[in-house]
Design a protein around this ligand. Structure first.
Ligand SMILES: Cc1ncc(COP(=O)(O)O)c(C=O)c1O
Length: 450
């Protein structure tokens, strides 16, 4: 549980008896509720420690300091020796732990049901979470087995950057073929099995329990990117060791922040902060506490947003299919992974907020997106996902353009694949009529027939 990671001794937790004077103030500063059995990410979030502000504000104060003072010179030595740390409210420097970033990290750990988490932000922050955790788990000469269908940036990191810069190599596999995964693992050398819970962009669903079992049998750590399905899936509760997120997407929800998170065991998160060997500490993709504060205010309504994204995606997918379009959406009953997703998903969130339309050619895909944006105002042509407006992009020529033609074919990315992140702004009927308007324009132009 998240709370186990930071049990403040300087700050008082709720439920303690002392309630007068300074103690009352301290009690209010940090409420640490009793760890409830993890059953649902929303319930876990409500059970996570709530930080109050310096003056009793319902929101925590932002700890904007880069550096932290001590009362005794000896304390500094003990902090650097690892004897005193954030678990007891001792902070050194904000590239290491920062209290506001730690608060957001506790929320992330609660959401994913992991012992701990830490958040990152830099130019490409989901990427900094992914690259840092993989570098922490693999040394030079290490080997990764990864899904063929991955976000293009991650694919490029594993294909090009890691072999050149770190001597870490990857074998790409079809993760629905467990025999193939099994035989790609080189005992002793393979450190990580890496995949996305719902893949970008093809929306293939990974069998997290089976893959985790298979990897653990061979001593391999399972790292899952859950960017496409926060709250919908909880990979760590299904057997994965580490969950990574691009917070820039659904978790942020505003398309205004680039950030990432690594959620996993406390010893992994702590090792990533080690002064001598820690990938987060030494590579320094530190999150700004002001950004951490903003994000921590958005996480409480992530569940509501996800439900609406998923609800609309399902309705649109059903209606698009009825119109004769080739729709990929794991919420559709005839999707090959529908039953698998149903068996793993948390109740009542749905099947994800993204759907894909296979328009067969890039020309048709571009024309549809053009009409959808510029003629019908259905959404925006833009990469990324999880925004309140619908975002759409042709994956093969954008976010998966890092894959070569053969890799795209193996990953199942057709040239006309349009990925849509379904927004929730406006009424559902209003948005659907905009979609129909664009589609009939397509039909009028003779490019599309059904
Ligand atoms: C599944 C997935 N993982 C990771 C990333 C990288 O995240 P960021 O852009 O926040 O670095 C992206 C997209 O950018 C993504 O779609």
């Amino acid at each position: 549980m998240a709370e186990c990671f930071v049990l403040s001794s300087k700050k008082r937790s709720a439920g303690t008896e002392e309630t007068d004077g300074d103690d009352l103030y301290k009690t209010k500063k940090s409420m640490l509720s009793t760890a409830a059995a993890w059953e649902d990410p929303a319930a876990a979030l409500a059970s996570a420690r709530h930080e109050f502000g310096e003056h009793g504000g319902v929101n925590m104060s932002i700890e904007a300091s880069a550096t932290f003072t001590v009362m005794e010179p000896e304390t500094m030595r003990r902090m650097f020796a690892g004897e005193l740390g954030p678990d007891r409210d001792f902070f050194i420097y904000s590239r290491h732990f920062n209290p506001t970033v730690l608060n957001l990290s506790r929320q992330m750990a609660a959401l994913e049901g992991t012992e701990a988490a830490y958040c990152t932000a830099s130019d490409k922050a989901g990427m900094s979470a992914i690259s840092s955790v993989l570098m922490q788990l693999c040394s030079s000469g290490g080997h990764v087995v990864a899904a063929r269908t991955l976000y293009g940036g991650t694919h490029a990191l594993l294909t090009h950057f890691f072999p050149r810069a770190c001597n870490i190599t990857t074998t790409f596999v079809d993760i629905s073929d467990h025999e193939m995964v099994n035989s790609a693992i080189v005992q002793g050398r393979t450190k990580v099995l890496y995949f996305e819970s719902i893949s970008n962009p093809t929306l293939a669903v990974a069998n997290i329990p089976e893959l985790s079992r298979l990897a653990h049998d061979k001593g391999v750590t399972v790292v899952v990117d859950n960017t496409f399905s926060p709250l919908v899936l909880s990979p760590a509760r299904l057997g994965a060791d580490v969950v990574v997120h691009s917070i820039s997407k659904f978790i942020s929800g505003g398309a205004d922040i680039i950030a990432g998170a690594v959620c996993g065991p406390a010893n992994l998160v702590n090792s990533m902060m080690d002064l001598h060997q820690g990938a987060l500490m030494l590579l320094g993709p530190t999150m700004n506490p002001k950004v951490a504060f903003e994000l921590s205010e958005r996480i409480p309504h992530l569940g509501l947003r996800m439900k609406e994204h998923c609800h609309r995606a399902l309705i649109f997918a059903r209606r698009m299919k009825k119109l004769g379009l080739k729709v990929l959406y794991p919420g559709l009953e005839d999707h090959p992974h529908h039953e698998l997703l149903k068996s793993m998903a948390n109740k009542e969130y749905g099947f994800g907020g993204l759907l894909c339309l296979d328009m067969e050619t890039e020309e048709k895909a571009n024309r549809l997106m053009n009409y959808l944006q510029n003629y019908a105002q259905f959404g925006f042509m833009a990469v990324s996902l999880g925004y309140y407006e619908t975002l759409m992009s042709c994956s093969g020529s954008s976010t998966s353009s890092e894959l070569n033609a053969e890799e795209k074919a193996l990953a199942g990315i057709s040239a006309g694949l349009v990925r849509m992140s379904v927004g929730y702004l406006g009424t559902l009927d209003q948005r659907w009529s905009q979609f129909e308007k664009a589609l009939s324009r397509m039909q009028d132009s003779g490019v599309f027939k059904n």
